[in-house]
Design a protein around this ligand. Structure first.
Ligand code: PLP
Length: 409
């Protein structure tokens, strides 16, 4: 008889977005006249830029004729895209990354989840709290998380590193040795970043302890400040201790198109094994490559026109982030993130909890946000706004919240 992976039974229900949907639907059913503004989910709203669309159309035409047809491509991705990435994302920033250190994927979520395949089950995992849930859940599925402690809202074998205003959103080095360390900068959900010096501390720790940092840079394109690395490989020593995940989802609106990449340096070895060779083996065995059409579209963002066009889209979201941050601050809220990120992390007023404040904003303003508590216990007392919405709707939401602040005084 087949038996199942019992780790799945230990997973708590994926409560956050289901609960947001339930509360939103209940409210909408009772108040059909309220024009709801969605600032909760982290999906983009601007269309793909013309350079990308044009490249994808051409690629479809390639597939339509025998001479230019493409069947299975390289599992690691086409060189035209890998070379564009090396030049555009690394050489241009003075970072030396080779083409065969880049692995194209169908997005960062898959790779963040799949990377666990190349690590033993007994590695001790450390994550920030609050956290992008994929890191934790995928390790729990693999059996690397112990059991879920309802009272603590966390897994017994995972090291949670609180990142709150109290530590300037920089996790402290853990007391127990962490083997696999997930870091995300710019961070989802807090919108905060790790500076060069802060990352250097982690790189030194990882090299000293033989740990591997799994660095999620999905929001890299939103960085504007100088001392914030766009890649962990801008930090000396990172090539012997880090793997980096990148995504075109937020960079170029690929949440639906699906494309990203992972950088596994050849200098990265553990137990005498090359992690680059192991990831290559994993990908060539379990993954047949991202679509040719989509990879052509992704390569177009590295052309001069494509680059300029995606910068305009990013600027649109950055302006939304500025509007949200300034309106919330003007209403007396304490706000983090927003500067190098599309996420605005707002302290809930007084001793109002995350879910309670979520309800207030839903019921009094018709604005849907994400309660910080849904990302981990240390997210309690915060609420997340996203800047990925329509500019006019964002301004309207902020007017409503400013009026609410006036009412609450
Ligand atoms: N990493 C973080 C921190 C994210 O917030 C997201 C998506 O929201 C992803 C990865 C997944 O990105 P992708 O669309 O490339 O799978």
């Amino acid at each position: 008889m087949a038996t199942v992976n019992e780790n799945y039974q230990k997973l708590p229900g994926s409560y956050l977005f289901a609960e947001i949907a339930r509360r939103t639907n209940d409210f909408a059913a009772a108040h059909p006249d309220v024009d709801l503004i969605r600032m909760g989910i982290g999906d983009v709203t601007r269309p793909l830029v013309p350079a990308v669309i044009e490249a994808m159309h051409e690629a479809v035409d390639d597939l339509a004729c025998a001479e230019r047809f493409h069947g299975y491509g390289p599992e690691q991705g086409y060189d035209f895209l890998r070379e564009a990435i090396v030049a555009g994302d690394f050489t241009s920033r003075g970072v030396d990354i080779a083409v065969d250190e880049i692995f194209i994927s169908d997005g960062a979520k898959s790779d963040c989840g799949n990377i666990g395949d190349i690590f033993a089950i007994d590695n001790r995992v450390a994550v920030c709290d609050p956290v992008y849930p994929v890191y934790v859940d995928t390790n729990a599925m693999a059996g690397r998380a112990g059991f879920y402690d309802e009272a603590a809202q966390g897994w017994t074998d995972i090291i949670y590193m609180p990142t709150t205003a109290a530590n300037d959103f920089c996790p402290a080095l853990p007391e127990q040795t962490a083997d696999l360390i997930y870091l995300c900068s710019p961070n989802n959900p807090t919108g905060t970043v790790l500076t060069h010096d802060q990352l250097k501390t982690w790189v030194d720790y990882a090299n000293e302890h033989g740990s591997v940092i799994l660095f999620d840079a999905a929001y890299e394109r939103f960085i504007v400040e100088d001392d914030v690395p766009h890649s962990i490989f801008e930090v000396e020593g990172a090539k012997t201790c880090a793997i980096e995940f990148r995504s075109f989802s937020k960079t170029a609106g690929f949440t639906g198109a699906r494309c990203g990449y992972t950088v596994v340096p050849k200098a990265l070895e553990r137990d005498g094994q090359s992690l680059n060779a192991m990831w290559n083996r994993r990908q060539t065995t379990k993954f047949n490559g991202a679509s040719y059409v989509i990879q052509r579209g992704a390569a177009a963002i590295y052309t001069p026109e494509g680059k300029e066009q995606i910068e305009q889209t990013i600027a649109y979201y950055q302006e939304n982030a500025r509007v949200i941050k300034e309106a919330l601050e003007a209403s007396g809220y304490t706000v983090y993130g927003a500067v190098n990120s599309p996420y605005v992390w707002c302290e809930t007023p007084g001793d109002i909890g995350s879910w309670e404040f979520f309800d207030i904003l839903l019921e009094r303003c018709g604005v849907i946000t994400t309660p910080g508590a849904g990302f981990g216990p240390a997210g309690e007392g915060y609420i997340r706004f996203t800047a990925f919405g329509d500019a006019e709707a964002t301004k309207e939401a902020m007017h409503r919240i400013e009026d609410l602040a006036f009412d609450m005084q």
